[in-house]
Design a binder for this molecule. Structure first.
Ligand code: R5P
Length: 346
């Protein structure tokens, strides 16, 4: 019988030099420079310089200043417009893909796109013949570019996660927003939480349970794209004499909120506030909201607030949740622990 001499075989672990450390790096695209810096600062690392620039013909260029070989690279970029950087939604998306692709060819160990706002998420199914399912296309593009996983927040529909073959960490800003409502808009006996449409009922119920208030629902129609009409309030007895808080995933033109606030007041609410994760504020949103009966609006910084925002808009940071998420992904710990497993419920 032959035997193997194990005397000279290295002991477990000796193939890896003792001084080998996993490296965590954070870069930011130009639509999320501020958020990326906040996350890097909280993690205690410098923001990696991605050497981004736009050529005179509009093409985007990226070259990481330092080696990223073997690093877990977290690229923070919401795929949203940035007025201050002169970027459209599509510029931001292309920039993210180019940053991912550059990282892939520079041999990063894992490439994680941190896109708390996932542009095109509303186009997640065919609502009419001959339409694209653009949210699916974006998933394919990001995976083709080379992401290993995606961190995102309060998707328009959670099912978008299924458009990816790679893991998606779907985070939520709801703990920040419920806390704000409890602390700043209470007492809870005075509150009624409002769903802006039937699609938000599950989230609204959860939100209301967390806050400890009742909830009601707006009957919303979209007679044309980007036009919102609110018919009536389902559960109007809950609204009368209350401080109503409409909750949504995003505010775009502000049409839903302006019309919703008006209807809720007509049904006897004393005041109306709105909270949402993503504040896109496109078109005439600021004018629409400033002239609406809303008393206050709270969003998070997943999308940079454009210049000229009216005073009624307040921005809370999502950086703490995203920083915890990055830390846990890097150390292969449970991400849902951040929400005690409840992030899938929203
Ligand atoms: C709709 O389903 C969304 O949740 C938002 O209510 C909507 O996209 C907001 O858009 P806008 O501010 O343009 O009414």
């Amino acid at each position: 019988m032959s035997s193997v001499d194990t005397e000279d075989a290295p002991t477990a672990g000796t193939y890896i030099p003792a001084e080998y450390d996993k490296r965590l790096m954070v870069a930011a695209g130009r639509s999320s420079l501020e958020l990326g810096s906040s996350i890097a600062e909280r993690l205690g690392v410098d923001l990696t310089d991605a050497g981004l620039k736009t050529f005179s013909d509009g093409e985007v260029y990226c070259r990481y200043r330092d080696s990223i070989r073997g690093a877990d690279l977290f690229i923070v970029q919401s795929t949203c417009r940035s007025d201050s950087q002169g970027l459209t939604v599509n510029d931001a998306l292309m920039e993210l893909m180019i940053m991912v692709h550059a990282a892939k060819h520079a041999s990063a160990h894992r490439i994680i796109a941190v896109s708390p706002w996932y542009g095109y998420s509303r186009q997640d199914k065919k609502s009419a013949p001959r339409e694209p399912i653009s949210a699916r296309l974006i998933a394919d593009l990001l995976e083709t570019a080379g992401i290993d996983r995606l961190v995102t927040m309060d998707l328009h529909a959670g099912q978008v996660q299924g458009f990816f073959s790679n893991p998606v960490d779907h985070m939520t800003a709801m703990p920040i927003l419920t806390q704000y409502v409890q602390d700043q808009l209470g007492p809870v006996e005075d509150l009624c939480i409002i769903a802006p449409d039937a699609g938000r009922v599950k989230l609204t119920r959860k939100f209301a349970q967390k806050v400890g208030a009742p909830y009601a629902l707006l009957e919303k129609e979209r007679p044309a794209q980007q036009t919102a009409e609110i018919g009536y309030v389902i559960g109007k007895d809950k609204v009368r004499g209350k401080r109503a808080v409409i909750i949504d995933d995003m505010i775009d033109t502000g049409g839903t909120l302006a019309a919703g606030a008006q209807t809720v007041l007509e049904e006897g609410a004393d005041e109306v506030y709105a909270v949402a994760t993503h504040g896109l504020f496109s078109g005439n949103a600021f004018e629409t909201l400033a002239s609406s009966p809303l008393s206050g609006i709270v969003v998070t910084d997943t999308v940079p607030l454009p210049d000229g925002a009216p005073d009624l808009i307040r921005v809370l940071t999502s950086a703490d949740i995203l920083t915890d998420t990055v830390r846990k992904i890097f150390t292969d710990d449970s991400v849902s622990d951040i929400f005690q497993g409840e992030n899938q419920l929203f």
